[in-house]
Ligand binder design. Sequence first.
Ligand SMILES: C[S@@+](CC[C@H](N)C(=O)[O-])C[C@H]1O[C@@H](n2cnc3c(N)ncnc32)[C@H](O)[C@@H]1O
Length: 370
Amino acid sequence: MDRTHHRHVRSRLRPRGRPSEGMERMNDGEGAAGSVVRDLINGAMRFSVLYAFVRVSGPQALADGELTSDEVAKRCQCDPPLMRRMLRALESYRIVSGSSGSRYRLSPAGRLLIPGTVGSLRAGVLLNGSAPWREAAAGLADKLLTGPPTPTGSDDSPYQRIHRDPELAAAFNGYMTTLSTPVSMALAARDHEGVGTVVDLGGGQGMTLAAILRRHPHVRGVLVERPSVAEDATRHLADQGLTDRCEVIAGDMFTTTCPPAQRVILASVLHNWSDDACAAILRQARSALVAGGPAAELWCVEDLLPSSQRGTGRGDFDLDMRMAVMFPQGGERTKDEYQDLLSRAGLRTTAVHPIPDSTRSLMIARMASE
Ligand SMILES: C[S@@+](CC[C@H](N)C(=O)[O-])C[C@H]1O[C@@H](n2cnc3c(N)ncnc32)[C@H](O)[C@@H]1O
């Protein structure tokens, strides 16, 4: 019997419908394994479509109701045939929905792209589509080969670059404000009995501090921020009528001496920094807490990485990768890693609470007994 005959017999013995090993390999590009990779490949294009739609103010054009694609194109001063194709793609991403006669309206997800709506993610799209953000992501392979640059101090922070570009700064601050809305609500809802002063280090535009001060009229607030953001925070707190209970310090949280405080908030701050830089920030926080009395607490808000790879979801490490390219000194940490960091700064974690409607958690820490 020759070898051709053997192959023929083997293939006849194979159960029907089950491909050979070679066939499985060949089909990978079309099967489940292939779709995992294709989904990642096409994610970049899908984001570009979303970004372009937001960039030309497509969501605003559709904010008041249904329009044909030509009407959307006219309002956005865009090329009608391309807008038709864009809307078709956006419908498949569930950003718009089409109805009879090819009229389109925004889906609930699409409505989140209108500026000023509660929970608007428009700034997040503009930030992630901005040239510095895209270039940083494109540079990941180089970073992988060279490793992170050597830090030379807080002055070479990416925040320098962000705040030099007003459009980028507006997108960054806007996105941070959206993400901090559920955090503000959760922190303001906590008990503030016996709290005289709350210090918010790197407190952004003052959303969280304003929410706390509004809800607890006996509390005073101090916010420490870089000068350009401090200006926005001052305006925001004034708009809320909180100026007389709040001080905004335009300064460096690494060096600013904070007043005694019963609460110090560090919300999405530590993840931007190395362990050594975090230790310096935590030293400032701790001295305010020591002066604030034995019941004083650090409220540290961060996304927590899963502690083991088992059961992790798609996207659990997206923010960590974003940090790797934009904030090479920083990175996301697990709960244990944060507890370690706090403990090395003389702070004992007493509770960890997931924040509703947010990916972040609140870690509460008190001074560890000497
Ligand atoms: C990721 S944002 C978080 C903002 C805010 N805490 C929130 O939860 O939305 C980090 C903030 O730290 C501020 N920051 C960075 N370096 C700083 C420094 N050296 N001194 C004071 N603030 C700083 C940034 O301007 C930015 O607003």
